[in-house]
Design a binder for this molecule. Structure first.
Ligand code: 9LY
Length: 232
């Protein structure tokens, strides 16, 4: 039975990433807003575009704290951000949905999102993903590292130096693997389950353009930043 040990530098790396992840929360708590009031499809769409725009800005700040990210080729940094922004947004949405809330709140939140204007066909896969993330009961270090691993995906479109990204991602995967073994000793397959969610996340993210244009309203407006990031 090999003894799993997180080295001093891996400890330091995890602290930098987790602190950065927690520092860059979304300004106002979208869940609280959705629990307070019921909004029209237009208002919900505007809320989504506002939240998504600020999430991209938060993501850019977060990546600056990933050791080694700023040493990557500048254009590759952009390609990684563009390629992971939608996945990072769904991952953060899943983490918001999975937060412990007073009893009954999650049900109200789910109902508000179901009725927000998203077309029916995407509701099930989205909530299946949210619930599968919730079942993992990730600690914040795991959440931060999972987002980092998602950002450092070497095979995003237009990445030139994939090996450099692969080396960074492997560094993060090694820490995440050890953390999973230490945090979930009863579940030797936990790390594999965690990575399996990234496959589910990529599939869900394939729908996002269709989800946007099928939002139950006319004349969908996007911010310039979202036009860059979302293929709309
Ligand atoms: O604001 C949200 N998510 C943000 C984004 C940035 C980071 C923090 C959360 C939305 C929200 C905007 C208002 C209407 C109702 C949905 N949200 C979503 C969501 C829904 C659809 C999409 N789409 C992406 C492409 C097409 N649809 N993205 C996120 N899931 C959520 C889960 C929550 F617990 C939850 F609280 C909100 C959530």
């Amino acid at each position: 039975k090999e003894k799993v040990e997180i080295t001093k530098e891996q400890q330091a790396l995890m602290k930098i990433i987790t602190d950065a992840y927690n520092r860059h929360q979304i300004p106002q708590d979208v869940a609280k807003k959705l629990l307070q009031d019921q909004y029209s499809a237009e208002e919900n769409f505007l809320l989504l575009t506002e939240m998504a725009t600020s999430q991209v800005q938060v993501l850019v700040e977060f990546t600056k704290n990933i050791p080694g990210f700023l040493s990557l080729d500048r254009e590759d940094q952009i390609a990684l951000l563009k390629g992971s922004a939608v996945e990072a947004m769904f991952l953060r949405s899943a983490q918001v949905f999975s937060r412990k809330m007073p009893s009954g709140h999650t049900e109200v939140l789910e109902e508000r999102i179901r009725k927000s204007g998203i077309s029916e066909e995407f509701i099930t896969p989205m909530f299946n993903f949210y619930k599968s993330i919730g079942e993992l009961h990730m600690v914040q270090e795991e959440q931060a590292l999972l987002t980092t691993v998602t950002i450092l995906t070497p095979d995003r479109p237009y990445v030139k130096d994939q090996q450099a990204v692969e080396r960074l991602q492997e560094t993060m995967l090694d820490v995440l693997r050890k953390l999973c073994v230490l945090q979930h000793p009863q579940e030797p397959q936990y790390f594999a389950r965690l990575l399996g969610r990234l496959t589910e996340l990529r599939t869900l993210s394939h729908y996002h353009t269709e989800m946007l244009v099928s939002w139950r309203m006319n004349d969908h407006k996007f911010t310039p930043l979202l036009c860059e990031i979302w293929d709309v």
